[in-house]
Design a binder for this molecule. Sequence first.
Ligand code: GUN
Length: 293
Amino acid sequence: MTANIIDGKQIAADLRASTKELVTEFINKYNNPPTLAVVLVGEDPASQVYVKTKTKMAKEIGMNVEDHFFEKTVVEKDLLDLIHNLNSNKDVNGILVQLPLPDHIDSRVIIDAIDPAKDVDGFHAINVGRNSIGGDLLKKTFTPCTPLGCYLMLKQHISDLKGMHAVIIGRSNIVGKPMAQLLLEESCTVSIVHSKTKNIEEMTKQGDIVVAAVGRPLMVKKDWIKPGAVVIDVGINRIDDPETGKTKLVGDVDYDGVAEVASAITPVPGGVGPMTIACLLKNTVDAALRQQG
Ligand code: GUN
């Protein structure tokens, strides 16, 4: 079997196009573009790239982005003051604090200071609770962008997820846990495996769906995958490439091997990455529309 490639780039382009229409309607109706405030602390190169890309994509679809940059020595109070100002600023619809924050800052304190109605990452404890409860509360929350992007890609390939066994590798608050909630809501049987799981390979091999989100380059091998499974690779890892003497981006999945047994697989780059950003833009427009009632 050779896996179908799940084209995250194309699905993200389609989602950005439909979001752009919502942005245009919003501007025509309210004379202001939806606005996202992005907060970046320090100079982590990966975070800088993410923030730059988010800003560029948002502007391309007509949204407004306010970037707020801080030195890595910033104190918690300065960040909280900014968040309080952004919360009360009616022209700001969405707030994103790029993670990770430096160790001396308590991320939970900062995230929970964001108005849940502007928390387009869906990381505020109230929104995490709403995502966990599910049902009608999903209309009042924001689903974290990376798992939402994975979910939308899965839905393009599998019309009915009911009863499928999804194995999620990784238990982070950003991906693993919210991914599990989303798939439970779709009536999947969900297993989360992680670094302390004893038989991670056998567990993973039981998955009809495998979502790899561990940050370990090429960890998931061909013999971890049940033939015909659908594999979503969240990893973005930079490794040395002996062929070119340069570096290259790879996922958590050994793509070439796994593509021989899976029925569908996301590439890295061009899979989950573009979807995460497209979902952030969609969440921001949703926030703006909800704030207008
Ligand atoms: N760092 C890595 N992924 C994310 C994300 O989805 N949102 C934020 N705010 N920071 C991140």
